[in-house]
Design a protein around this ligand. Structure first.
Ligand SMILES: O=P(O)(O)OC[C@H]1O[C@H](O)[C@H](O)[C@@H](O)[C@@H]1O
Length: 424
């Protein structure tokens, strides 16, 4: 189990009244009651995902791996970030996997799509187009270009190289997939995009990248069970949600997710969508931001140390790393680093964490530290489930529905009006 440490007094947060409230929330989540309960399908998704589906996903991933050097995943938001978060956390920095997973439809850039098509032109390609609604503009636009490219390049064979992940019964993408005969996977009705990483939305691209989705699900499944059974005060998800809520009540409305591990960048991006869309509504919510240290100690560190005191900081620390280097000693010691010769870079980061957290704390930034044993499929599965559960507790503590996102419609409507979309 991962652990949560707090710079304040955690025990004092669990008053009788608060315990009762948490107990109720805990029960509602696991019994799938309460506001937004139609979207609580993710709660037992890890334990309920049947083996047949997992095997089917693994077989499809094998087919894709055999026929492709590149898989392009088309999607945005929750139909994109979960897969990318896991893949980028696991991927080596420089060495390319046998099958490269690339993304499209997560932004709008002609240059990006043009260069992507040039890049794949001498490689074998498959597509996985993912959209629950099937009507999201950015992936739909990207799919238009890439579908045409695939049809021109592969002719009839294109339909066996395009895989669609859609709603079970509705949406434009579902219709296209059926007409063209694409192999299709389903995003369950009761699971919203940002909670869908343990469904085919996340699992298929992750398996194609060469990572073990059974172990990822095993980590999530253990999290599901342990976090359901662990008592309130000892339960890391409840601890984290409670601490966040108490910070918020103290006027700290920005949470800085800090990591010393560059590979966790897209987990931070996934986390921002998860918490931002779940909590930011009805004029409430903590604004989620992220930093990677030590890089950002040389940029945003100044603000965190000395700027407006409306933030708290959550470190995600990784205990064990697979690869490391010890600092070499130098005969001349011109750079005066010999005093740390022999220290590993991971050890340096642990010291940097300690120094940074003490400095920021003395500057008035309270802290939470989440400790993950290591970066592998099992622990990432555990971590992502832990965040989703924390987010549900947190949203309910705040008094909002953590599973809708009505606010994202306003800008979309404006864009459609400006573009004179029929009906707007
Ligand atoms: O899967 P889709 O229906 O294409 O949705 C993709 C994303 O776009 C929307 O605008 C929402 O804000 C997100 O919550 C969602 O994950």
């Amino acid at each position: 189990m991962l652990t949560v440490q707090y710079s304040g007094n955690m025990k004092s947060l669990f008053t009788k009244e608060h315990r009762n409230q948490l107990q109720q929330i805990h029960q509602n989540i696991y019994e799938k009651k309460g506001e937004g309960s139609d979207f609580l399908g993710w709660v037992d998704a890890p334990s309920k995902t049947n083996e047949e589906l997992v095997n089917q996903l693994i077989e499809t991933a094998e087919t894709i791996r055999k026929q492709s050097q590149v898989l392009i995943v088309i999607g945005i938001g929750g139909s994109y970030l979960g897969a990318r978060a896991v893949i980028e956390a696991m991927n080596p920095y420089f060495q390319k996997n046998d099958v490269e997973v690339l993304f499209a439809g997560h932004q709008v850039s002609g240059a990006y799509l043009k260069e992507l098509i040039e890049y794949i032109d001498d490689k074998d390609v498959s597509l996985n187009v993912i959209s629950k609604s099937g009507t999201t503009t950015e992936p739909a636009m990207a799919f238009r270009f890439l579908q045409k490219y695939m049809e021109e390049r592969y002719g009839d064979e294109a339909s066996s190289r395009i895989f669609a992940t859609t709603d079970a019964e509705k949406g434009a993408l579902l219709k296209v997939a059926e007409e063209k005969g694409y192999k299709r996977f389903v995003v369950p009705d009761d699971i919203g995009g940002r909670y869908s990483v343990f469904t085919p939305v996340g699992l298929l691209p992750i398996a194609v990248a060469g990572y073990d989705i059974k172990t990822l699900l095993a980590g999530a499944k253990d999290a599901e069970k342990e976090l359901e059974e662990t008592l309130l005060e000892d339960n890391p998800a409840i601890q984290y949600a409670t601490i966040r809520h108490s910070m918020y009540e103290d006027g700290l409305t920005n949470e800085v997710f800090a990591s010393f591990e560059p590979k966790l960048h897209y987990i931070q991006e996934w986390w921002k969508q998860l918490f931002g869309e779940s909590e930011g509504k009805d004029g409430k919510g903590i604004f989620p931001v992220s930093v990677t240290y030590t890089t950002d100690l040389h940029s945003l560190g100044q603000y965190i140390q000395d700027g407006k005191r409306n933030l708290f900081e959550t470190f995600l620390m990784v205990d064990q790393v697979d690869e490391d280097l010890n600092l070499i000693s130098s005969e001349t010691d011109e750079d005066q680093l010999n005093y740390i010769a022999g220290l590993s870079l991971h050890e340096f980061n642990e010291v940097a964490y300690k120094g940074t957290s003490e400095a920021h704390l003395s500057g008035g930034v309270p802290q939470v530290t989440i400790r993950l044993p290591k970066i592998d499929e099992y622990n990432i599965g555990y971590l992502l489930y832990f965040y989703m559960l924390t987010c549900a507790y947190s949203g309910y503590l705040l008094g909002v529905n953590p599973f809708d996102q009505p606010g994202v419609e306003a800008y979309k409507t404006n864009i459609f009006k400006l573009l004179k979309k029929p009906g707007y």
